[in-house]
Design a protein around this ligand. Sequence first.
Ligand code: NAD
Length: 484
Amino acid sequence: MNHVELPRTELFIDGSWVAGHGDGFVVQNPTNGSQLAELHGADAADVDHAIAAARRAFESGPWNTMSGADRGRLISRLADLVEENAERFAGLEALDVGKPYKDALMVDVAMAAETFRHMAGWADKIQGSVIPVPDHMGKARLSYTERLPLGVVGAITPWNAPTMITSWKIASAFAAGCTVVLKPSEEAPLVTQLLAELVAQAGFPRGVLNVVNGPGNIVGAALIEHSGIDKLSFTGSPEVGRLVGIAAARAFKPATLELGGKSPQIVFADADVAALAPVAAISLFANSGQTCAAGTRVLVHRSKLDEVAEALAAEAAKQRLGNPFDPTTTMGSLISERQRNRVVDYIDAGHAEGARLIAGGGTPDRPGYFVEPTVFVGDNDMRISREEIFGPVGTIIPFDDTNDAVRLANATAYGLAAVIWTRDINAAMIASRGIKVGTVWVNSFGPPHPATPWGGMQTSGLGRELGLSGVLANTEERLVNVVY
Ligand code: NAD
């Protein structure tokens, strides 16, 4: 694919494309530093207008009276449109994020369409329950619950997987009957502009989705502090997630926080190293390591240390860094110079703390923000093992027995995901029970399926997206007592 049609550049408010009153900003192609587009930026008044539009759509627009089945039809139509525009989405994601086009097409865009498809099915199935209770003051009592949409959701997304993560947020909010004001990452906003075009094309009532672009500390901050927002839904770093959580707590509103990770992959002594290595490498290097669930701490039974080190070094050597549109490319660039420098600093820290480099460690001599797939052998106390790098850097760490593996897996501030590699069902179950994470994979790894809940423990976040849990997170329960 050589030519990708760029989307609109304005803000999307109340069903129209409108000029922003904040500073415009340039969107860059991170694989060569060239300018892709200049987008309008919002100011606080634009955020106000977007929230007012979402409020009108929620309280008095056709969205408010539409049946769940009709909402589901619109979400399904959006799934169709994402599929019809799959190549354009993948092209924009490849240009904007720097990830391989084929990965964007096969993973991000496919999962986004699947998410809309799945959530469409929930729209008419959000139910309360009847609770058996005794009579009240000598009269019969009927007690039942209803699930009400929370209202206007303020959603903020990161740059690493914008097509997929944006779909998670808006599909579940729409299924629950909420409206959304969305602030995409200023580093990769293009696919969200396309999504807004398709929301309009699908026939969603105006104001159901509003998109306000601009920097986090201005537009994001205006959104999270705004009294017109009923729920916050954030994916990004723990540092900003904490600000979002505090803003939500101050205003007594719910927040779903999907934050970072430092996920363990535990390789037991009986594991089939040749079979696991290519998948373990995907977990480490997919999207150049810029995935929240990346299995960056490879905990290996001491008897297998050399074998795993050799296999992962060989997988790293197989990676082909380059143009995301070249079908032989397996790794693109990082998102920005800042991110590349951050990752290089971590590689330096690995050397300084005495980790043994077994693959990569450098930056290729070419334009763009590339970093080689890098593997160290080290220990769990090093900075490269404790802090989220968000780049293609993994550390192999030895363990002695199952208890030791679980202890090391839990010796982290995070708790997003874990991978367990073993053919021993007992070891898998003991480890799975013992590890404090939101998702456990046994003998594989991949993106979350939209039917299953996704979220973390500890510094990895609060609450769940996707699946029924993700839909219900956009609702509030109300109890009704009828005495007769
Ligand atoms: P980030 O926290 O820097 O930015 C995320 C979003 O928050 C952006 O839209 C940004 O503009 C906005 N923002 C920044 N400052 C803000 C403020 N003061 N108020 C309101 N909004 C503000 O994160 P990032 O660098 O874009 O993404 C990387 C992080 O996201 C990593 O930590 C990664 O692990 C995490 N992540 C988590 C998941 C998950 O599902 N758990 C998925 C993807 C990424």
